[in-house]
Design a protein around this ligand. Structure first.
Ligand code: T4K
Length: 386
């Protein structure tokens, strides 16, 4: 069993060369402009729009993903309605709904992708349903075609929590462009379009635990460009002019230092994705043919989740990796959102999600983690299991 000298955390943020950051800071110092729609923010927004292959009118940046979701939900008019979503996610997906006065209704997930199952969603749609919020869990792509169909059939928007899906393109996710192009919620898709072009709105988290980050941050990509004005106001207290405040807005503005970090990380995105692919391939090779199921399904390898045969084994691996190997894996996503006080649901409501939450463990992956380290982590896992 290999014990690492330094702790191996589940993830570490990529940090650009400090000289590049200092150079960007000099520009910020010269501008003497730190936040409130500054030039660096505008540059980052434009560069992201190009990356997402959407006009800059269809994208908005926020100081974190949770507030991006909250204001996005609010701008889409979900307050006071029911919204069908998944319990197999980070709490922010549901917290943001609750905070704007919407009621999350939980449907079960697909056993392969662990993303919300459209067939289960359809059974829960009522006249009170205002939207569907699926999550591209670990960067695995939801069944976009079926969600498009539900959106058309019931006249409700699909808003994706794409917090984990930065860097996933239609091509890389092997979606069939033609078959999803028809949906009311879909932009004009090209194979190289990022996944943000699917749905009425998508939110990408730019937190440092994500493969691409801006220290903290969140970005919304949305189909209706008229929402941009509303979102730009909402993130700045809903102030319209010096003498007019039009709604109950928030302070959710990304500042210039965040935007600088985002620009520098975006320069590196190709390498960040390639590095993670190498890590995921290594785990997949070591776990192939063993009782540890590597869920290496995603197109951006944002996470490296594995499934064990039961909860007891998962807990043993989690604890022994920490104690014996100095490796800090995480149980994303255990407990389920429906196990937390604000959301308690009867056990058995979402059996597939419950089963996955009991057996899943996400293993370390980040830019800089070496193939030898990954092999050693995976071999440690196998030794503990046996
Ligand atoms: N929707 C979904 C589906 C999400 O997963 C998330 C966030 C959101 C919405 C909301 O987006 P944001 O508002 O966060 O933009 C982490 C993150 O805080 C959270 O962003 C993320 N999902 C969630 C899945 O994971 P924790 O409580 O596990 O983070 P923490 O502090 O324990 O860090 C994880 C590991 O990363 C640790 O081993 C330490 C390491 N780390 C962390 C930070 C912040 C570093 O090495 N350096 C760092 O700067 O929630």
């Amino acid at each position: 069993m290999k014990r690492f000298d330094k702790p191996i955390l589940v993830t570490r943020p990529y940090l650009p060369p400090i000289e590049d950051f200092k150079k960007g800071c000099e520009e910020i110092w010269t501008n003497q402009w730190l936040t409130n729609n500054g030039p660096m923010l505008q540059r980052f927004e434009k560069r992201l729009a190009d990356y997402f292959q959407v006009p800059v009118e269809n994208i908005a940046l926020f100081n974190n993903g949770t507030l991006a979701l909250e204001l996005g939900y609010y701008a889409m008019g979900l307050s006071g309605g029911d919204v069908i979503t998944t319990p197999f996610t980070f709490v922010a997906t549901s917290h943001a709904l609750k905070r704007i006065g919407a009621t999350p209704i939980f449907a079960d997930v697909d056993p392969e992708t662990l993303c919300l199952d459209p067939a289960k969603v359809e059974k829960l749609i009522t006249p009170r349903t205002r939207a569907i919020v699926p999550v591209h869990v670990y960067g695995n792509i939801c069944d976009i075609e079926s969600f498009n169909r539900l959106s058309e059939k019931y006249g409700i928007p699909v808003i994706y929590d794409a917090a984990h899906a930065f860097g996933v393109t239609v091509e890389s996710s092997k979606l069939n462009v033609e078959s999803i192009r028809t949906g009311r919620s879909t932009f004009n898709l090209q194979p190289s379009t990022t996944i943000g072009a699917c749905g009425e709105m998508s939110m990408f988290s730019l937190h440092p635990t994500k493969l691409f980050h801006s220290c903290e941050g969140g970005v919304l990509v949305f189909k209706d460009p008229t929402i941009k004005v509303k979102l730009s106001q909402l993130r700045n207290f809903a102030i319209k002019s010096e003498t007019d405040c039009v709604d109950v807005g928030s302070n959710a503005k990304m500042n210039e230092l965040q935007a600088l970090m985002g620009c520098l990380c975006l320069d590196k995105i190709g390498d960040l994705l390639a590095w993670r692919k190498n890590i995921a391939d290594t785990y997949a090779t070591v776990f192939a043919g063993t009782e540890v199921k590597f869920l290496g399904l995603s197109a951006n390898n944002a996470y490296c989740p594995v499934l064990f045969k039961n909860m007891e084994t998962r807990e043993k691996v989690y604890a022994e990796l920490k104690e014996r190997c100095n490796v800090y894996s995480r149980r994303y996503f255990y407990p389920l959102v429906t196990d937390f006080a604000p959301y308690i649901y009867a056990k058995g409501t979402c059996p597939i999600a419950e089963n996955a939450a009991a057996r899943v463990l996400t293993l370390p992956t980040y830019y800089g983690l070496s193939v030898d380290e990954v092999k050693a982590i995976a071999e440690n896992v196998l030794e503990i299991v046996r």
